[in-house]
Write a protein that binds this ligand. Structure first.
Ligand code: ZN
Length: 242
């Protein structure tokens, strides 16, 4: 087994609604919110960890495909099948003995685009890229409202995303479709917390699918557009052409 080719998938994750990717609670601090957004410690601005994107994509595929990818006990999928495309694409837990080569998909952390940085700075009600959303929950018997406060990245924010998908064997070309299938499933679901209450609707936009063959790493040739999907910029358009 050796590397044949890499694909680079990049573009923007656009927040159609506010989005909450949870950080560590700071509620013990005075003025802290109950549910903060995860921050980049260098810039003090929100970011979306690659693991959050990848984990959500994987879980949506498990739910969509059902058994054997969806485990009876609802735990994340694990298996000993060396041909399992889910494990090959998204990774296998280290305690499994079977080997099917390296995990094909790498998902980088997504950071705000320069335009989004500007937009956040201009708005007074946005601090460190987040807005505070108050929610009440009602005592069912007394109707007494208890407020809580969650931080959200405001609607309209965009993050640059990047994924690399590696081809080691011919069957991997088909597994690339799983990545785009998961992206379209994610667009119709949500990223982060509070999704069933309206947060976290995202769109992948301005997607580019680029390729580099193994020899390009020897000659230094740069990424080039993957011709087969030229003109397609959304996840479903690319999936249709793959
Ligand atoms: Zn598996």
């Amino acid at each position: 087994m050796k590397l044949q080719k890499n694909y680079l998938i990049r573009g923007k994750i656009v927040c159609e609604t506010g989005m909450h990717i949870g950080g560590v609670s700071e509620s013990l601090k005075i003025g802290g919110t109950d549910s903060p957004v995860i921050m980049n410690r260098m810039t003090n601005m929100p970011y979306i960890p690659g693991s959050s994107i990848k984990g959500k994509m994987r879980s949506l595929l498990e739910l969509k495909h059902g058994t054997p990818w969806l485990m009876d006990n609802g735990e994340p999928h694990k298996c000993n099948n060396r041909d399992c495309s889910l494990c090959i694409t998204f990774g296998r837990s280290a305690d499994k003995e079977v080997s099917s080569g390296p995990t094909r998909l790498v998902v980088r952390d997504s950071h705000p685009t320069p335009e989004t940085d500007e937009m956040w700075k201009k708005k007074d009600d946005i601090l460190h890229g987040t807005e505070i959303k108050g929610e009440n929950y009602l005592n069912r018997l007394t109707s007494m409202a208890t407020p809580r406060f969650i931080e959200r990245v405001p609607a309209g924010s965009a993050f640059g995303f990047e994924m690399v998908f590696s081809i080691y064997e011919p069957a991997d070309e088909d597994r690339l479709k799983l990545v785009f299938e998961a992206m379209t499933l994610l667009e119709d679901n949500y990223l982060g917390g509070y999704g069933s209450r309206g947060s976290g609707k995202i769109t992948f936009s301005d997607i580019e699918l680029l390729e580099k063959i193994s020899d390009d790493y020897k000659t230094g040739k740069d990424w080039r557009p993957y011709e087969k999907v030229s003109g397609a910029g959304s996840a479903h358009e690319i999936l249709e052409r793959l």
